[in-house]
Design a protein around this ligand. Structure first.
Ligand SMILES: NC(=O)C1=CN([C@@H]2O[C@H](COP(=O)(O)OP(=O)(O)OC[C@H]3O[C@@H](n4cnc5c(N)ncnc54)[C@H](OP(=O)(O)O)[C@@H]3O)[C@@H](O)[C@H]2O)C=CC1
Ligand SMILES: O=C(CO)COP(=O)(O)O
Ligand SMILES: [Zn+2]
Length: 353
């Protein structure tokens, strides 16, 4: 008997383009969101986006509350929940990079409140997804979170952000290739539920981005447009899957472990890109996928080596040999790599010298 059912929760308004941050009020009006919003932001996005949008709302008689978070953590989520309650917020708006948006969507989930996403960097594919990613001691959780009711992605703002944030977003997308390979492997070996639609969308998103790599150049608003649309598409794949599987495999485990071993050394997207070169080699051997991934990263100025990440070779080996244990997610790393194998993959792919 067929007894499957699913909920696919997606944003209603995805507004992308030049200057669209000035349409924020129109977007929330269209969603019939009323009352006082709480802006969840981080230090740099606060001054460049949260304050100007707050000024627009104030001119219309709405005074948003604002909370600034420094790190992605459960404590930060708790702080946002308390602020929302104290300020009697009616809905939440995440304004910033992955950190602020993740915290806002997790707090909204707990508060059962609407959430809007205003990215200030095209640096990660959590802009639209219904997942939050939080470190917790030795582990890293991917938790259910509120998908945004609306995304307001201003390409002018995104194009003005430091170029490395955009290349990080590209690398997060390119890593979908290996994430989907890991997901299929887990399906075959461990009977993990697999969605062909979500897997195909995540892969196709990476393919379109790589095909358009020549148009992804610093300072070009068109680059912000191409990358943001890919980030939205990848987030939709996660929402269809109901998990981060289409966009997060062993390369993400590697990055999450680097966050523990070398905090703040490199951007999330750059770390997963380098991880993807190595896990592609593990999946595909010498057949060429790892070189294609490395060349695609190189063509958009994303790091391809430990040195370019600013991380030493021994930390890469430690991350590779331990990251399988960071969460219960079966990948090509199986129950872990030994040190010799880790050195082999990292050296052959040129990640370490
Ligand atoms: N939920 C999901 O599905 C996903 C979640 N993620 C998560 O997202 C995070 C990674 O996202 P990322 O954006 O790299 O991290 P951050 O939010 O930490 O942003 C990276 C840096 O960019 C700065 N910044 C943001 N916008 C601008 C701007 N316009 N101009 C100048 N600087 C800016 C931030 O400043 P400041 O320090 O002042 O804030 C920060 O230093 C990770 O925690 C990752 O796990 C990633 C992918 C998917
Ligand atoms: O970064 C992600 C997708 O790009 C998702 O993060 P997780 O690995 O925490 O699920
Ligand atoms: Zn990611």
């Amino acid at each position: 008997m067929f007894d499957k059912s699913t909920w696919i929760r997606l944003p209603r308004n995805v507004v992308v383009g030049k200057g669209v941050r000035s349409q924020f009020l129109e977007v929330v009006d269209d969603l019939h969101l009323r009352g006082r919003p709480l802006f969840v932001t981080s230090p740099t996005p606060r001054s460049i986006a949260a304050e100007p949008i707050a000024a627009d709302l104030e001119a219309a008689g709405i005074e948003p509350a604002v909370v600034t978070v420094e790190r992605a953590s459960f404590e930060a989520v708790e702080e946002v929940i308390e602020t929302a309650e104290a300020e009697e917020a009616a809905y939440l708006v995440g304004i910033g990079g992955g950190k602020a948006i993740d915290i806002a969507k997790m707090a909204s989930h707990h508060l059962e409140m609407g959430f809007c996403s205003v990215p200030t960097a095209a640096s990660h594919d959590g802009i639209v997804s219904n997942r939050g990613s939080v470190p917790d001691g030795d582990t890293r959780h991917s938790v259910a979170a509120e998908p945004p009711l609306a995304v307001v992605a201003d390409t002018e703002l995104l194009a003005d952000a430091p170029w490395e944030l955009t290349t990080a977003g590209c690398a997060d997308i390119i890593s979908n290739y290996t994430a989907v390979m890991d997901w299929r492997l887990a399906h075959r070996l461990k009977n993990v539920e697999y969605s062909g639609f979500a897997g195909a969308l995540a892969e196709m998103t990476a393919e379109i981005l790589v095909d358009n790599a020549d148009h992804v150049r610093p300072g070009l608003e068109e680059s912000a447009w191409i990358v943001t649309k890919a980030l939205v598409s990848s987030g939709v794949a996660m929402s269809i899957a109901g998990s981060s599987r289409p966009a997060s495999g062993a390369e993400h485990l590697f990055s999450h472990q680097l966050d523990r071993l070398a905090p703040d050394a490199a951007l999330h997207g750059h770390q997963v890109g380098v991880g993807s070169i190595m896990t592609a080699y593990l999946h595909d051997g010498e057949r060429g996928l790892w070189q294609d991934i490395r060349d695609a990263l190189d063509s958009i100025d994303a790091p391809t080596t430990a040195a370019e990440l600013g991380i030493d070779d021994e930390t890469v080996i430690e991350a590779l040999t331990t990251c399988h244990a960071i969460r219960d997610r079966y990948t090509i790393l199986g129950d872990g790599m030994n040190e010799e194998a880790a050195r082999e993959v990292a050296t052959t792919t040129g990640v370490i010298s």
